[in-house]
Ligand binder design. Structure first.
Ligand code: A2P
Length: 340
């Protein structure tokens, strides 16, 4: 890898931010300096990096001077607020929020799928939505073999997608319920413990929620296939940090299950988890903390000769967010694409 670079994490105290810290340490990312930025609420606190306590600073425009890469994970409005200061300081912003994903000049990158898109950046690279990343890693290798004509996906999304406070809220609600009391909800709109509900993102004009439409638009952009037909139903489930997805794929020609299995067994970022005898398949608890997207239950769709069914689980905070962002940063260094 190239020379060590200066990295800032914007949103360092959040669920994704703390995972970014862990990944930069465990992957031996070549750092000359690491800056931790968050809201003024966190200024003066510290976070541990490689056994050392690093100070958390309140974000200001001057904080980006000298920084090469900003890993932003502090929500869309914070990303929008600081994007100009970041790019004017000469840093590349790898943004986890949805703020810039569909901007034509902003590459939307999953390194296993479209790494070359990152070369086109003009200072901002967007990290896709978590469910979109997990889905893309699992189905793009099949799409390369035979174009997917239609994709139907149902998601089972963990609390982590709504941040560290949502994870804490589900734990707290569980205790309240087990104590025989009625839980309340502040972070998510309804109690999630022992419950589930359609994804809490705003409903759009066509009655899909924003999360579902993100899956449609982002998958098309990442795959470079504006005609891809995709429909999604996104649901929040009382799982702490890994998302699951039931996926139905339709092709022009029959796609042999064995071929799909062979392709996925070798696909980058995928781990095949299938024990039909034991009825053991990907589970969110097994996916937690893992880099790979776990894929299994690959089977012929009995309702369509050219259809396949599969099931996947992936760590929403890791490959669904922090890991993908760090992989993009590694790609920029490896290819020398830091400067547009
Ligand atoms: P803070 O802890 O100071 O509020 P999560 O997604 O887990 O909820 O985390 C959100 C992250 O974004 C946290 O690090 C949070 O910092 C940070 N954040 C939220 N609002 C702002 C803001 N206005 N400016 C900077 N950082 C922010």
């Amino acid at each position: 890898m190239s020379r060590p670079v200066q990295v800032a994490i914007l949103g360092a105290t959040g669920a994704v931010g703390t995972e970014l810290l862990d990944l930069l340490a465990s992957r031996q990312f070549p750092l000359s300096h690491l800056k931790l930025l968050a809201s003024p609420r966190s200024a003066g606190t510290t976070l541990t990096f490689k056994g050392e306590a690093l100070p958390v600073e309140a974000v200001t425009a001057s904080a980006f001077q000298g920084v090469d890469i900003v890993l932003a994970s502090a929500g869309g409005s914070t990303s929008k607020q600081w994007a100009k200061a970041i790019t004017e300081a000469g840093a590349v912003m790898i943004d986890n929020s949805s703020a810039f994903r569909m901007e034509p000049t902003v590459p939307l990158v999953v390194p296993e799928i479209n790494p070359q898109a990152a070369a086109q950046h003009q200072g901002i690279i967007a990290n896709p939505n978590c469910t979109t990343i997990l889905l893309g890693v699992a189905v793009y290798p099949l799409h390369q073999r035979q174009p997917i004509r239609r994709l139907v996906v149902s998601t089972y999304q963990s609390a982590s997608g709504a941040g560290a406070r949502a994870i804490a809220e589900v734990k707290q609600q569980s205790q309240v319920i087990l104590a025989g009391q009625t839980p309340t909800a502040e972070v998510l709109p309804y109690p999630l413990a022992f419950n589930l509900f359609p994804h809490n993102s705003p409903i759009t004009e066509n009655h899909y929620c924003e999360e579902e439409m993100k899956m449609v638009h982002e998958t098309r952009k990442i795959f470079g296939d504006s005609d891809l037909r995709l429909t999604a139903t996104c649901v929040r489930v009382p799982v702490l940090r890994a998302h699951s997805e039931a996926v139905n794929l339709e092709f022009d020609q029959p796609f042999a299950v064995e071929t799909a299995r062979e392709i996925l067994a070798q696909a980058p970022g995928v781990k095949l988890v299938e024990d039909w005898q034991a009825n053991y398949f990907p589970m969110p608890l097994d996916a937690t903390g893992q880099d790979e997207v776990l894929v299994g239950r690959i089977r012929q769709d009995i309702s369509h000769a050219c259809g396949l069914e599969l099931w996947l689980c992936g760590d929403q905070i890791r490959k669904g967010a922090a890991l993908n962002a760090v992989q993009i940063a590694e790609l920029l260094l490896e290819k020398d694409w830091l400067r547009p």
